[in-house]
Design a protein around this ligand. Sequence first.
Ligand SMILES: [Zn+2]
Length: 162
Amino acid sequence: MTYRIQGEGVNPTNGERSGRLSPFSQVTHKGEEMKILVSTEQTQGKRKNDFCFVPEHEPVKFGFECDREAVDGHCGCKRSLVGMYNHKATTTFRVIETPINHDHLSNMIFESLKDSGWVTEKNRVQMGIEAIDQAKEINRIAETFRDGDVLERRGNKIQVRT
Ligand SMILES: [Zn+2]
């Protein structure tokens, strides 16, 4: 699954940010730092159907979704991400720079899938690939925004909370 990025993204080829955030447009790459997404309470309540059951700063990943759920449906799975450790959901999450690398992030996701009972002897390899793909996708999204940006998810769109 590839998520669409809405709003003031950073152009990955030249690092330029479009639109009104230009004073802060330079994306700094400090070698081993990479961006990931973590849970935050910031901006909770801006939408009436917000929820955050994940502790602040816990890394989040994409969860499994119901087929017929609407973005603002009762379940909430199409507008939230899931805490890697507590396996609960949040509608608000933040971009942070961290010293972890892709392998580490992939492992965290794999362990999280394992913890929540998705990994079996038969699908182990497939779930490993899923974890690597998700790590790439999370990082791709996070790198498009600034360190500290609070984001939300609307189905397959990810955008800055305003
Ligand atoms: Zn659902």
